[in-house]
Structure formats: structure tokens, C-alpha cells
Design a protein around this ligand. Structure first.
Ligand code: PLP
Length: 408
């Protein structure tokens, strides 16, 4: 038999510009350590540890039996689009029609499709840094220039609106906002949103407002740029089911936008996924229109974990952490340890058995921070903090931590 020929894989140039989400890589590394017998507490992955509520699962099973197993319209089932329009209208204090809604398999495709539909080579896109890594990845993939706006700890990780204004140029095609924010838990105040609304009105720039954590807020209310009727032509709202209803694996999210753009995004769906799974969408109707108690239960539990985590990590040498106001992540500064983020995240995984993400997984301004997901039980969070504390006792010198802390 002749030897199989090995042909060189010649990828398209654009693939070299595509980034990734480190959480999945750290998860794989943690699983490999587990396979070798090491015990790991998982605080790396950003998905609720709760099960999807039973009434939503039942709706999907019923839909399967009823034959919702076929292709559906690319923009989504009309009943689901209507339910989303009503829900977004109620929560953002405005009126929304079903033809402004596009249902897609997860929140992520709205980032992907918006970028493909609007952004060209040479355009500039302003995005939060530290921020969800897919923004920077997609901006670069489409050949645009990624313009970071730094979120600073001293501002509770809210963006500085004056800085935002100063970054806008004639080439700015899109601004990406994210509140409540991943990875910092920062939340825009009403005043922040008003100031951004004024900038957006003045400049005419389009905005992708990623509100995937809109229901996961601990203190105060969620404020959205989508509530400003005079900006509706410029704002694309991203929200979905993954985080609110613990449905990450179902893959269902949506965008709400001007109808002419919604039609174009639906064309991108036709060209890629064809549609979102039909029985999944039936479950989505139940999620929105059925009982909402599970959302409050999850929120209360995340809040308890947040308070516990912050109370303990702030007593660990070299760490300090603000209280996040939403989402389910803790983003402590590690500046006082004298360690850089990536080596510290690696050491905690390999030597302490705690999986967390380096702040730099969320962009260059994430240096000096770690991200811990609190989507794990309070018992496991307690074990993780015990392990971190013990590891720090051995590996971070008290004197060094004190002098570093003084210089912060
Ligand atoms: N946007 C942000 C800020 C996120 O953190 C995530 C998921 O982690 C998404 C979008 C994507 O959500 P989905 O899993 O529904 O695609």
C-alpha cells in the first residue's frame, strides 16, 4: 500500500486574525489534570451551575412530540419574535415590534453577524477592555481596527464617557457596550447611559449593546441605550436565554434592531445556520412567558456567593476586590502579590487546584487581575478560597505584598 500523502493545510489569511475564548482552553487543561487524579474547583467557565427550569425543558419535549423538528423561518418563529418584542419593550420601557427581532443560536452570533453586516476593512470599532474576548477577535477577523476603551477599577469598571467621546473618529463604525459586564461585573449607571446616548446622538455612530446579563443585577436597575426612542436606528440590542434561564447549551439568543438591518441579519442566518432549532424556540417562548421565579432564585444565590467571595478574597494577602454589581464574575486585583496574571492563574490551577482565568484573557488591560466565575456552589467556592489562601501563605511574601500594596 502506498503511504498517505500529507498535504499542507493552507488556511485563509483571515484565520490568523481570529482569537478565541481562553475559558474553553483552561477548562480542557483542568480536565486533563483531573484525568491524572488532581482535584480541581472549577471557577473558570461562565455558565450558571443551575439546571434549566423544568417547565422550560418540558416545553421543549412537548414541542419535539408535536413535530417542531423541521426548518423554521430564518429570523425565528413568529410567536417567539413577538414574545421577545413584548419582553424587550417591557424591560426597556419602549415599544418593539416582532419584525425588529432576529432569533439566533446564542448571543454570540449577534456579535458575529453584526460585525459581518456593518464593519469593513479599515473601519474602527470601539470595545471594552477588559471585555468579552470575542469582540476583539471578531473586529480583527473582519479586518477592522480594534480600539479599546479601558475599564478602570477606580471607576468600578464603568466606562469613562469623556474618554469614549475622545476615541470616536470619522472611521468609527461601531461602539460595543456591555452592561452588566463580563469579566468585571461593572454596571452602567443611568447617568452613564444618558451621557453615552448624547454622544451617540451627536456622532451618529452605531452601537451594539450587549445586555446578555440584563437580568443578573444585584443592586439597582438595568439601564439600556435601547430605551431611547430617538436612537433606535443606531442601537442593536443583544440579549438571550443562556445566562438568564441557565440555557447555555441550548444555543438561543436574539438581536433587536431596525427592521432593514434585521432583514440583513436574517440573510446571514439563512447563509449559515438556516434557523435556530424549532423546538428550542418553543422552549424559549415558555422561558419568557412562563413563571420567572427561577431567575430571582439564581440572582439571590449569586449575590450570596459574591458577598462571601469578596469578604474572603479581601483578607488574602496581595488580593483586593470590588463588589461587582451584576453578572456572576469576581475580578480581583492581584497587584499586591507581585505576580503577573497568567503565571498566577497557571500556578493556582496546577499547584492549588483552582481553575480561574487570567485577566489578560479579556484583553491587555486585564493585566493585574484574575477572573473567577461564581457559578459554582458555595461549598466549592469555600474550598477554592481555602486553597488560594494556603497557596498564597506559601508563595507570596508578606513584606513584598505590603510594599507592593503601598505603591498601588
Ligand atoms: N456576551 C457576553 C458579554 C458574554 O459573556 C457571553 C457569554 O459568555 C455572550 C455574549 C455569549 O452568550 P451565548 O452563550 O448566548 O452565545
Amino acid at each position: 500500500m502506498s503511504k498517505a500523502m500529507h498535504t499542507e493545510l493552507r488556511l485563509a489569511q483571515r484565520m490568523s486574525r481570529l482569537g478565541t475564548e481562553t475559558a474553553f482552553e483552561v477548562l480542557a487543561k483542568a480536565r486533563a489534570l483531573e484525568a491524572k487524579g488532581q482535584n480541581i474547583v472549577h471557577l473558570e467557565i461562565g455558565e450558571p451551575d443551575f439546571d434549566t427550569p423544568a417547565h422550560i425543558v418540558d416545553a421543549a419535549v412537548d414541542a419535539l412530540h408535536q413535530g417542531f423538528t423541521h426548518y423554521g423561518p430564518s429570523a425565528g418563529l413568529p410567536e417567539l419574535r413577538k414574545a421577545i418584542a413584548d419582553e424587550v419593550g417591557a424591560t426597556r420601557h419602549t415599544k418593539v415590534s416582532a419584525d425588529e427581532v432576529v432569533v439566533v443560536p446564542g448571543g454570540k452570533p449577534i456579535i458575529f453577524f453584526t460585525m459581518l453586516a456593518l464593519v469593513e476593512q479599515g473601519d474602527e470599532v470601539i470595545y471594552p477592555n477588559p471585555g468579552f474576548p470575542i469582540y476583539e477577535s471578531m473586529i480583527q477577523f473582519v479586518g477592522a481596527t480594534a480600539v479599546p476603551i479601558q475599564l478602570r477599577e477606580e471607576m468600578d469598571f464603568r466606562l469613562d464617557t469623556r474618554e469614549l467621546k475622545s476615541l470616536i473618529t470619522p472611521r468609527t463604525k461601531l461602539i460595543i457596550l456591555n452592561s452588566p459586564q463580563n469579566p468585571t461585573g461593572g454596571v452602567m449607571t443611568l447617568q452613564d447611559v444618558e451621557e453615552v446616548a448624547a454622544i451617540v446622538a451627536e456622532t451618529g455612530v452605531m452601537v451594539l449593546s450587549d445586555e446578555i446579563y440584563s437580568h443578573l443585577i444585584f443592586d439597582g436597575d438595568h439601564h439600556s441605550l435601547f430605551s431611547y426612542d430617538h436612537l433606535r436606528d443606531q442601537v442593536i440590542l443583544l440579549d438571550g436565554f443562556s445566562k438568564t434561564y441557565a440555557m447555555t447549551g441550548w444555543r438561543m439568543g436574539y438581536g433587536v434592531m431596525r427592521t432593514d438591518l434585521a432583514q440583513q441579519i436574517a440573510r446571514l442566518v439563512t447563509n449559515s445556520n438556516s434557523c435556530t432549532a424549532s423546538f428550542t424556540q418553543k422552549a424559549g417562548i415558555e422561558a419568557i412567558c412562563g413563571p420567572q421565579a427561577s431567575v430571582a432564585v439564581m440572582n439571590d444565590e449569586f449575590k450570596k456567593r459574591r458577598d462571601y467571595f469578596a469578604g474572603r478574597i479581601n483578607r488574602i494577602r496581595g488580593f483586593h476586590c470590588r463588589l461587582p454589581k451584576g453578572a456572576f464574575y469576581m475580578f480581583p486585583s492581584i497587584a499586591g502579590t507581585g505576580w503577573k496574571s497568567k503565571p498566577l492563574a497557571d500556578a493556582l490551577l496546577e499547584e492549588a487546584g483552582v481553575a480561574a482565568l487570567s485577566g489578560t484573557a479579556f484583553g491587555s488591560y486585564g493585566e493585574g487581575y484574575l477572573r473567577f466565575s461564581i457559578a459554582n456552589s458555595l461549598d466549592n467556592i469555600r474550598i477554592a478560597l481555602d486553597r488560594i489562601e494556603a497557596w498564597v501563605e506559601k508563595n507570596v511574601e508578606e513584606k513584598a505584598a505590603k510594599s507592593l500594596a503601598r505603591n498601588l
